[in-house]
Write a protein that binds this ligand. Structure first.
Ligand code: GLU
Length: 294
């Protein structure tokens, strides 16, 4: 089986060296085995993503010497796909509408000294709307009250059974999606969530090796759950370390000095940028010589 990897940035800003590392990491693993490398824009959040950033990202990748196979998938152009996946979960009563505002949730969490917290330190959703009767839910929906869609985590976990994933170099790791609580699968202002879209597209595009920063490793627990619930195949995972700046802190997308555009304008060559991103042997893949002319 050939390896298919992808680089799936959200076009919310310009690429920095951390993104270059992620893209080169995925590109090299694909190309090492004559595999496929895909580019996907995860632009589902209309408030944060901009088409001009997507354009700039594609151009920066090409400048870096990275090529990709086939068409670029743009999530915002494929919303019916995610709606169909959501409908499949809704039909099985695994999803419920949540009418709570952020303030409602914060108030409820503040009122309970023992409110459980998720892996990101934020209080878990207390389940207020999960407990609504069908009649109450229907009435709220009928009035057009804005709502998100949440996964009923306890039901979903019971249906899926024990979950794990294979991390390259580590073996099988146990998943515990319940620690995320009733996650949002569609927001009031965005038609589908990151977790739903990323797992949908990895399945659709035949991605069998998911590579990304280790900061997203915990997200794998939720994504494996969705894969099992929706009957999507299980990819292998390879999470890489994050690139840090000279001060030892993680590079943020907003740090202008670290963008590829900025390096380029200072006369840094693609080969130098690749080295700065942690790949001093350039485009050499583990089993092949560098591509001519790059
Ligand atoms: N779109 C996500 C991001 O930009 C990455 C998706 C993934 O690799 O799972 O952080």
């Amino acid at each position: 089986m050939i390896t298919t990897t992808r680089f799936a940035p959200s076009p919310t800003g310009l690429l920095h060296l951390g993104h270059a590392h992620a893209a080169l990491f995925a590109w090299r693993l694909a190309r090492a085995g004559s595999g496929r490398f895909l580019l996907r824009f995860e632009d589902i959040d209309p408030g944060r993503c901009r088409p001009e950033y997507a354009e700039a990202i594609a151009e920066d990748l090409a400048w870096l010497g990275i090529d990709w196979d086939g068409d670029v998938r743009v999530q915002s152009a494929n919303l019916p796909d995610y709606a169909a996946a959501l409908a499949c979960l809704s039909r099985r009563d695994l999803v419920y509408p949540c009418f709570c505002t952020r303030a409602d949730i914060a108030r409820e969490a503040a009122g309970s000294a023992s409110a459980p917290h998720g892996p990101d330190g934020a209080p878990l959703y207390p389940g207020t709307c999960r407990r609504h009767s069908a009649a109450c839910r229907a009435a709220l929906l009928a009035t057009g009250t804005p709502h998100a869609l949440r996964l009923d985590m306890a039901l979903a976990c019971a249906e899926a059974g024990p979950l794990s994933f294979h991390e390259r170099g580590e073996g099988r790791l146990h998943c515990d999606p319940a620690r995320f609580g009733d996650i949002i699968l569609a927001r009031k202002d965005a038609p589908a969530s990151y977790h739903l879209c990323v797992t949908h597209d990895d399945c659709l595009q035949g991605v069998n090796l998911v590579t990304r920063g280790v900061d997203l490793k915990p997200a794998t627990d939720v994504q494996r759950l969705l894969q099992v619930l929706l009957g999507w195949p299980e990819p292998e995972y390879a999470h890489h370390e994050l690139v840090c700046g000279p001060d030892g802190r993680r590079l943020a997308r907003r740090a202008p000095a670290a963008t590829l555009r900025d390096l380029r304008s200072r006369g840094v060559s693609p080969a130098e940028a690749r080295a700065m991103a942690g790949f001093p042997d350039g485009l050499r893949t583990p089993s092949s010589a560098p591509r001519a002319g790059r």
